[in-house]
Design a protein around this ligand. Structure first.
Ligand code: SAH
Length: 288
């Protein structure tokens, strides 16, 4: 009951588990800092150490953390050598948790979608470190909302698939055929570099004329920019583009709804919202 003191454990010695710290694995949402959950926000204000991915807004790290929190960027970025190897991240989690610290492991979007959470969970579990998992808004939900594209709009699509084709070999021929023929909305993560090949595969496998493409750069940030057209028009003038990072691709009939329901103007700036990974991965003390 509120106001009542709990005296039951006053003389109990703390167990090993209580002496060790704790790791909170939390999703930070896709970009807009206000898309953070209240729960992740509360832990940000308490955490001693924040180990963060690259796709987390600077505002979250600079304004929502404790003054003396240690912020450690462990970003990965395709094509950049400075990406922090997963074993190094696992070791950092252990190192600080075993010092009794409250460690917040922040990941862009949601923790369970295209993230290496499994490796980190195994490390924590094998070492008996207590942890909690807090979901976040994944890039697909964020991009869909800020583009005005309902992913499973009635009459357009009854399902949505979250995919990646960063390595062509991940999808076999039968699966490409299925992707081209399905009415499910397809959302591709980490796939802007191979976009031309992706579209060619779908077209050569017979994707219908009424399927549209929305390429969403830096979704939910002030630098959001969307390219939107029927997928068959890709071959006429949209090939060979380089997109800002990060970029999400939405394919399906629903992508044609952007023209009707967009509510955010395209940014004209080509700047990066998220800080690119540094040349050498470093531990960075927070500058307050
Ligand atoms: N766990 C994350 C995904 C990590 S994989 C989530 O749930 O969203 C990284 C990929 O996510 C990027 O390559 C990009 O395809 C997508 N992504 C993340 N944030 C994004 C954003 N703000 N805008 C567009 N795509 C984004």
């Amino acid at each position: 009951m509120k106001g009542m003191q709990n005296t039951s454990n006053v003389y109990r010695l703390p167990s090993f588990r209580e002496l060790s710290g704790k790791v909170i694995l939390a999703g930070a949402g896709p970009g807009d800092p206000e898309l953070l959950t209240m729960k992740a926000f509360r832990y940000l204000q308490q955490a001693d150490v924040v180990i963060t991915d690259r796709l987390v807004s600077d505002t979250i790290l600079e304004e929502y953390t404790k003054k003396d929190a240690l912020i450690i960027p462990v970003g990965k970025q395709s094509g950049k050598d400075a990406s922090t190897p997963q074993p190094v991240i696992n070791d950092l989690l252990l190192e600080y948790a075993l010092q009794g610290k409250l460690v917040l492991r922040l990941k862009g979007g949601d923790v369970s979608i295209f993230s290496n959470i499994l490796d980190e969970l195994k490390t924590l579990s094998e070492n008996h470190i207590p942890y909690e998992i807090i979901p976040g808004i994944t890039a697909a939900s964020g991009a869909a909302a800020y583009a005005g594209i309902p992913l499973t709009a009635r009459g357009y699509s009854t399902a949505v698939r979250f995919l990646t084709c960063y390595r062509d070999t991940l999808l076999d021929a039968a699966y490409w055929l299925d992707l081209a023929r399905t009415d499910d909305t397809l959302v591709f993560y980490m796939s802007s570099a191979p976009l031309d090949q992706l579209v060619e595969k779908l077209i050569s496998n017979g994707i219908a004329d009424d399927k549209w493409l929305a390429v969403v750069e830096q979704a939910t940030t002030p630098l959001q920019h969307i390219y939107n057209y029927p997928i068959h028009e890709h071959l006429a003038g949209h090939q060979g583009k380089t997109y800002a990072s990060p970029t999400l691709i939405i394919i399906g009939k629903v992508a044609s709804l952007y023209g009707d329901f967009q509510w955010m103007a395209n940014s004209r700036s080509k700047e990066d919202y998220f800080t690119p990974v540094e040349t050498t991965p470093v531990k960075k003390e927070k500058i307050s």
